[in-house]
Design a protein around this ligand. Structure first.
Ligand SMILES: Nc1ncnc2c1ncn2[C@@H]1O[C@H](COP(=O)(O)OP(=O)(O)OP(=O)(O)O)[C@@H](O)[C@H]1O
Ligand SMILES: [Mg+2]
Length: 327
């Protein structure tokens, strides 16, 4: 497995790969990546950088949740000597470090509203001022922001600036959760088995059929990261040359057994249990996804018919599918 490659053959993942390549080749300066935890947002951000003309310049990774709000401004924008107590020397910030390259703003939702305003100005003008500076500096940076929450609801709740939201929303990339990628879970499991088997100096042949079945049914709240960690653990700890049901954690087995018999009419396999462990947002999205899938199936994949069945306009269905990473 080539390190850092976005693996998968599901239509939705092919679409993400194609979109990332198009963005990389374009002059667009701001990108917003949405996906649940562990879906590959960091991977896609790096991919956009690697495929672009910016490739030889810096990729600067900033986690907005990890840096305290009080330090964030001078981390990002830098400061002039004497700008505040303790600012003994002039220090350029991460924005300058990313000049000519890409600045990855992970967990953008956590950014302080005042800084959001400053970032917006920078996006609009490609100029900024270090803290305490009079003169502004011009930079050429592509901003790739990521979030695991639907930002629009944060905007409605007043926690995220709507002007910045719309500015970032120009080119959105939605990465679907692992449970919505069909058999990709098996392809990824095989790739991780080969990779981690190798690292442990052994060959693991694959999954016993019951495990493959369980992997297809499980909801993977931690997505690809959860799958990779599980496979790595099995490669390290288990002696058998195949992944067996008894290697799987109880919580996975319990959930899969709990959802074996669907009881909600018309929604098909997997919708029977209430996915409380996903929480309200991911759980609701999951249900919306099931409804759309069921309608499309019934309509033989004709979106107009499926929209009628769901009592949505075609446009609204299209919008929902984009939002849910289904298109
Ligand atoms: N499609 C994929 N193919 C191969 N590896 C993947 C894929 N998706 C994710 N991974 C791997 O899974 C792990 C999690 O991915 P990544 O860190 O990009 O997720 P994330 O969406 O940024 O998660 P978080 O929101 O928790 O930061 C990484 O080790 C990444 O390399
Ligand atoms: Mg990440």
């Amino acid at each position: 497995m080539a390190q850092g490659e976005l693996l998968g053959e599901h239509e939705s993942i092919r679409a993400v790969r194609a979109l990332a390549a198009r963005i990389a080749a374009s002059p667009v300066r701001q990108v917003l990546i949405y996906g649940e935890t562990g879906t590959g947002k960091g991977l896609v951000a790096r991919m956009i950088h690697r495929l672009s003309v910016r490739e030889k310049r810096a990729f600067v990774d900033v986690n907005c949740a990890a840096i305290p709000a009080s330090l964030m401004e001078s981390e990002l924008f830098g400061h002039e000597r004497g700008a505040f107590t303790g600012a003994a020397v002039t220090k350029p910030g991460l924005i300058e470090a990313a000049d000519g390259g890409t600045l990855f703003l992970d967990e953008i939702r956590e950014m302080d509203p005042q800084l959001q305003a400053k970032l917006l100005t920078l996006l609009d003008t490609q100029r900024f001022r270090r803290v305490g500076a009079v003169k502004s500096i011009g930079v050429d940076v592509r901003f790739v922001a990521a979030t695991n929450r639907i930002l629009l609801s944060e905007v409605t709740a007043g926690r995220f600036r709507d002007d910045l939201y719309w500015r970032l929303q120009v080119v959105p990339v939605n990465i679907p959760p692992l449970r919505a990628r069909g058999d990709d879970v098996l392809l990824l499991a095989d790739a991780f088995l080969a990779h981690h088997g190798d690292r442990c100096g052994r060959r693991i042949r694959g999954l016993e059929p019951a495990v493959a079945q369980a992997f297809r049914r499980y909801s993977w709240p931690g997505n690809v990261r959860e799958l990779e960690n599980l496979i790595e653990r099995i490669a390290i700890l288990e002696a058998e040359d195949q992944v067996l049901m008894r290697h799987l954690p109880d919580r996975l087995v319990r959930e899969v057994e709990g959802r074996a018999a669907p009881s909600l009419p018309g929604t098909g396999e997997g919708a029977a249990h209430l996915p409380l462990h996903l929480g309200f947002h991911a759980g609701t999205e999951d249900f919306q996804r099931s409804l759309i899938e069921a309608a499309l199936k019934e309509a033989g994949n004709r979106q107009g018919r499926a929209a009628q069945r769901l009592r949505l306009s075609r446009h609204a269905l299209r919008h929902q599918m984009l939002k849910l990473g289904m298109a």
